[in-house]
Every structure is written in structure tokens, then in C-alpha cells.
Design a protein around this ligand. Structure first.
Ligand code: PHE
Length: 352
């Protein structure tokens, strides 16, 4: 095949128009088939063997006289196919996008996964409520360590060496002089050591006793200690404060009774009862038909305690009390087993 031969025009015996028509028809068929726009672009515009590319190359062999016409026709073919390919590509891109949008569709109106919102433990609720009542009377909250010395837990509270309260039957000892505090009263001493009167404090916290767990006992439980010290506090202030607190916590109808009792660190000491909140004092199973329920221990601060912290007992008087948070929670919420507070059973906890 010589260079001079009208190769382009006569290649395969076809005229130029024939060839263009064939390529165009083949493209039409192809574009309706399953080939991707990418494959079609390769077949028609591939750098080496693309059908249009080959036609363009063949143009070089066309005699100069026929070149303008031939060039125009091939160029029109090229433009037409490119336009169609552009359209196909745009179509397939938007189809791909549509498919992806469909596949990844999220219905924002569907209800989400609800995460349960937590809330305070009933013992925390009771502690906060008691803190609030005393805060409203000008008390502030103090804190002390759960691991105590025998000095703070006993001695400074006027509980001497061989007092039965020190018995290792009741106390978790860590060493001869270290123990888990058996009550929050040591915080009284710690606070008085670092501050001068007037003092109005409450101290909530965990305490430990060697009790076997049952419906009313736990080896670890929580108390709130209270202490007020000033120059002329009397037994009337003491009674009035506790009566105000107990009525605010339980109900204004609650009656309050002070029974003589004994604590080494208070004198006089009292055990404080409220009228039974279950039978209003008539007598029931909870109050063992007495109509009264014991709720806390208290008393006027013993002068011996003041001497341990260098407060002048001639100048200052005070009162103190200690209560069990669990006991208050059991009464307030009618819970008949202290263990429920520690079992983390949501069926129980969700009721508060
Ligand atoms: N600390 C005593 C107890 O745990 C309670 C108490 C506190 C009594 C303060 C009197 C004054 O039983």
C-alpha cells in the first residue's frame, strides 16, 4: 500500500462517508449496551486503537485536495461522539450518586436509640435533701477521712481505752492505732481543731462496723454528723433545730420526742424518736406498736470533748447529732431491706 494511495478513502473498499457512518452506528449500538462510558471512550478515543483516533491518523494519508472535506467530516464525528460520551458520563455519575444516596439513605424522622438518662441514687437524694435543710439554717459541709486513728474515732470523743465501743467485735482495725471509722463523729474533732467557734457543720460520709449484713445492717453504711458550737447555745436550740429538721424532712405533722440516752461525747445525751410515719402514731408493725420510731442519737457536747480541742468549756456550748442515711431513706421511701440500696438493681433504683 503506497503512500500515494487514497488509503483513507478506499480503505477496506469503503468510502469516507461509509466509514464514518459505520463508526457512528457502532457507537449508537454500543451506547445502548452495557459498556460503561469509560469503556466506550477507550474503544473510540483510545490513544492507540480508538476507532476515531485511527480515523484521525488516516487523515494524514489523504491527498491534500480532499483533506478539507475529509477533515471536516472526521472532526464532526469526533465532536458528536465526544458530546455523547460527555452526556453518558454525566448521566452515569449522577446515577451513581443517586444510587449511593439511596443506599445510604437515613430517615432523620425515625425515632433514635434512646439512651436511658441516669439519676441520683436514693441515698444521694436523701443526703442532698438533708444537706439542703441544714444549709438553709446556715450549716456548711465538712469532710473527713474514712481511715481514722483511734485518737479521732475514740479518745478525743471521750471514749477511753477499755470502753466496750472500742471492741474489735464492732470495729475494723487496720493496726493498733488505725481503723475504719465507726461513725462520722471524728469529723467533729478534726473540724474543731482547725476552726474556732462559732461552728455549724454537717459531715456526711461512709462508716464501717463489723455487722453481718441483714435487712437492717450493713458493714458499710452512711451517716451524717451535725455539730453546732457557739457562746450561748442551749438545750432549747438543740431541740428546736432537730425538731425543725425532722419536720422539714418527714412532714410538718411529725411529732418529735427526746429520750434520755448515753454517748461518751455528749452530756446530756438523747435518742430522738419521731411519731411513726406509717401509722401516724397509732401503732403498727414498723414501730412495733409503740407509735414511735428512733431516728438519731444526739446531745449537748460534753465539756471533756472541748478540752481535747482547746475550746474553753466555760465559754462555749454546743450540740451534736448523728444519723444513718440508710435509715432515713428506708423510712422516707418505705424500703424494708437496707440491702436494696447496695445491689444496683435497676428495677429498684428506677423507682426514685
Ligand atoms: N456517733 C454516734 C453513733 O454513731 C451518734 C451521735 C453523734 C451521738 C453525735 C451523739 C452525737 O451512734
Amino acid at each position: 500500500m503506497g503512500r500515494s494511495a487514497p488509503f483513507f478513502l478506499r480503505h477496506g473498499g469503503d468510502m469516507l462517508e461509509e466509514k464514518i457512518k459505520r463508526v457512528l452506528e457502532e457507537f449508537r449500538t454500543d451506547s445502548k449496551g452495557t459498556a460503561s462510558p469509560q469503556e466506550l471512550r477507550n474503544k473510540y478515543f483510545g490513544r492507540k486503537n480508538g476507532m476515531v483516533t485511527l480515523l484521525m491518523k488516516e487523515l494524514q494519508l489523504v491527498p491534500p485536495a480532499e483533506k478539507p472535506v475529509a477533515g471536516k467530516q472526521v472532526n464532526e464525528l469526533k465532536l458528536a461522539l465526544e458530546a455523547e460520551l460527555d452526556g453518558l458520563e454525566a448521566g452515569s455519575a449522577s446515577q451513581a450518586l443517586a444510587e449511593r444516596l439511596q443506599a445510604e439513605r437515613v430517615d432523620v424522622t425515625l425515632p433514635g436509640n434512646r439512651r436511658p438518662i441516669g439519676h441520683s441514687h436514693p441515698l444521694t437524694l436523701v443526703r442532698s435533701e438533708i444537706e439542703d435543710i441544714f444549709s438553709s439554717m446556715g450549716y456548711w459541709v465538712e469532710d473527713g477521712p474514712e481511715i481514722e486513728t483511734t485518737f479521732y474515732n475514740f479518745e478525743a470523743l471521750n471514749i477511753p481505752e477499755h470502753h466496750p465501743a472500742r471492741d474489735s467485735q464492732d470495729t475494723f482495725y487496720i493496726s493498733d492505732t488505725l481503723l475504719l471509722r465507726t461513725h462520722t463523729s471524728p469529723v467533729q474533732i478534726r473540724t474543731m481543731q482547725k476552726q474556732r467557734p462559732p461552728l455549724r457543720i454537717i459531715c456526711p460520709g461512709k462508716v464501717y462496723r463489723r455487722d453481718n449484713p441483714d435487712a437492717t445492717h450493713s458493714p458499710a453504711f452512711q451517716q451524717i454528723e451535725g455539730l453546732a458550737v457557739d457562746e450561748s447555745l442551749t438545750f432549747r436550740d438543740f431541740k428546736g433545730t432537730l425538731e425543725y429538721f425532722l419536720k422539714a424532712f418527714f412532714s410538718q405533722k411529725t411529732k418529735v420526742r427526746f429520750r434520755p440516752s448515753y454517748f461518751a461525747f455528749t452530756e446530756p445525751s438523747a435518742e430522738v424518736d419521731i411519731s411513726c410515719i406509717f401509722c401516724a402514731g397509732v401503732g403498727c408493725r414498723v414501730c412495733k406498736t409503740s407509735g414511735w420510731i428512733e431516728v438519731l442519737g444526739a446531745g449537748m457536747v460534753d465539756p471533756a470533748v472541748f478540752r481535747y480541742v482547746d475550746y474553753d468549756p466555760e465559754k462555749y456550748t454546743g450540740f451534736a447529732f448523728g444519723l444513718g442515711i440508710e435509715r432515713f431513706a428506708m423510712l422516707k421511701y418505705s424500703v424494708n431491706n437496707i440491702q436494696y440500696f447496695y445491689e444496683s438493681d435497676l428495677r429498684f433504683l428506677e423507682q426514685f
